[in-house]
Unconditional design. Structure first.
Length: 141
């Protein structure tokens, strides 16, 4: 399934079934990653509505009680991958420390405007508060 599309059927306690499709499903080290990707080739960071769309889907996925594949429960995390033009290096939240965040913003001082820097800091906070969510910001090479 690595990198393939998959359709999720999410069932609530009232019997409602909802169908959602993430951008990718990745598998590594016995862990599934449900990934949404937002890419831009003309800017350093995707537009806020695109980021919000990806976060909305992943927050839904990250709040699942269990993930079943072929009748078996599997381990999973969710990841928002943001790629942009001219971004130097990459960073993954919540794994990155505050010092790594400051360094990342410093080496990208010409790439991110004040608003984009604020968005990245808020994304770091979101990932810190949601233990099943990772957020990566990197170059779109």
């Amino acid at each position: 399934m690595d990198g393939l599309k998959a359709t999720f059927s999410i069932e609530n306690y009232l019997g409602g079934i909802y169908y959602l499709t993430p951008d990718e499903i990745l598998f590594s080290n016995n862990m599934y990653t449900i990934q949404e990707s937002k890419n831009t080739s003309t800017a350093s960071l995707s537009k806020l509505p695109d980021i919000q769309d990806g976060l909305f889907k992943l927050i839904l996925f990250s709040n699942l009680d269990t993930l079943m594949l072929n009748g078996q429960e599997v381990l999973f995390i969710t990841k928002l991958k943001l790629t942009g033009n001219n971004v130097v290096a990459s960073i993954v939240f919540p794994d990155a420390s505050l010092e790594e965040l400051e360094y990342f913003l410093k080496v990208n001082i010409k790439n991110f405007n004040t608003n984009q820097k604020a968005i990245i800091k808020k994304l770091a906070l979101e990932a810190q508060n949601n233990k099943k969510l990772k957020i990566e910001v990197s170059n779109n090479f």
